[in-house]
Design a protein around this ligand. Sequence first.
Ligand SMILES: [Mg+2]
Length: 104
Amino acid sequence: MKKLITEIIKFNEERDWGKFHSPENLAKSISIEAGELLECFQWNNEYDIEEVKKELADVINYSLLLAEKLEVDPEEIVLNKMKETAKKYPIEKAKGKCTKYNKL
Ligand SMILES: [Mg+2]
């Protein structure tokens, strides 16, 4: 993960794009790229995996940039959120169900 983040930072520094990467712009970019990812599945269940991979990469790229900008560790925040989610969705209640936690 650290190697990937280092590569992403280097890529953007070489292009002097960091000045565009405010937290707000990065959050907007994540949402825009998530929309492009969703567009890959619009209208039918067939999708082009190469296009999906590119849009998923864009979402991950901007997400890691935002984590870096906010000085938070992406692995730590994902693992912490999973711990929170595990409390809301204990295995014995949630296994095999997609019901929201407050309705379990
Ligand atoms: Mg894109």
